[in-house]
Design a protein around this ligand. Structure first.
Ligand code: FE2
Ligand code: FE2
Length: 270
């Protein structure tokens, strides 16, 4: 009966004094922020409030499905780490995922963050790791790909697909549910041209991998919208997206594992 808490899309920025100068950096920042105020204090408060709610309601494990930062700079990951630290969450009970925004600064920025400011979370968040709860196997999966900052597509690498298969085999052996946590939704949600810009490019290859085990669930972010979706041909929702914390500090989702099924818990406002 584990409880999973789900937050996503924090889009943390650094303090103004630590922002890189120059026209290119300013243009990138303006584009990526999509008209949102670049307000470090506001973003910290939203994330802190979302963590406070999650902790007040309680969870066995918290998953944050990517776009932790606006651009994936070291300073922005430091800000994410400091809000988590101040909230007092136990890193062993938190899995952090990278989103497209977390690798705009450079292709290795997520792996650098896991060896730097987010080191305490590497054991539960690094590619290839499995988190085993009493009734669940959880696999963090990166959909981040090297691309220019005007593109927001995702992709699952071959090693990542192998680690999903390993998670599903482990869950099947134990007779428990498997939970894949990733930034991009695993199905096509856009029309063709926009999918190339913003979708999971290899979603078709992912479908057989994810459907190899009946009790497989996916938590994702990226769309900044709460959604319950199902794989083609399934009667129950297996894919759950949450709204973005950067737009709504109350955008927490919670789920309960009942037997081998992941059941969303509807939240009353608190
Ligand atoms: Fe986002
Ligand atoms: Fe995203």
């Amino acid at each position: 009966m584990s409880i999973i808490a789900h937050l996503t899309d924090i889009h943390m920025v650094e303090p103004e004094a630590r922002r890189p100068g120059g026209l290119t950096a300013a243009a990138r920042r303006g584009f990526l922020n999509l008209g949102r105020a670049i307000d470090e204090g506001g973003r910290r408060r939203s994330f802190a409030e979302a963590l406070r709610r999650a902790m007040a309601l309680g969870f066995d494990h918290l998953v944050v499905t990517g776009d932790l930062t606006e651009e994936g700079t070291l300073q922005q990951f430091e800000a994410v780490a400091s809000v988590l630290d101040e909230a007092g969450v136990d890193p062993a009970r938190v899995t952090l995922l990278p989103g497209n925004h977390d690798v705009y600064a450079h292709a290795n920025s997520w792996l650098d963050a896991l060896e730097g400011p987010l080191k305490a979370y590497a054991r539960t968040s690094a590619p290839g790791m499995l988190v085993e709860l009493a009734d669940l196997v959880l696999a963090p999966v990166s959909t981040a790909r090297a691309q220019r900052w005007w593109r927001s597509a995702g992709e699952v690498s071959t090693p990542e697909r192998r680690s999903i298969a390993h998670a599903l085999q482990t869950a099947a052996r134990r007779g428990v549910a498997a939970l894949i946590a990733q930034h991009h939704p695993p199905t096509r949600v856009h029309r063709a041209a926009w999918h190339w810009f913003d979708g999971l490019l290899d979603h078709a290859a992912m479908r057989p991998v994810l459907r190899a085990l009946e009790h497989t669930y996916v938590l994702h972010g990226h769309l900044h919208q709460r959604r319950d979706d199902r794989f083609e041909g399934e009667s129950l929702a297996h894919i759950f997206g949450a709204a973005a914390v950067v737009e709504d500090a109350g955008a927490l989702r919670r789920y309960e594992i009942v037997g081998e099924t992941l059941v969303p818990i509807e939240l009353a406002a608190i």
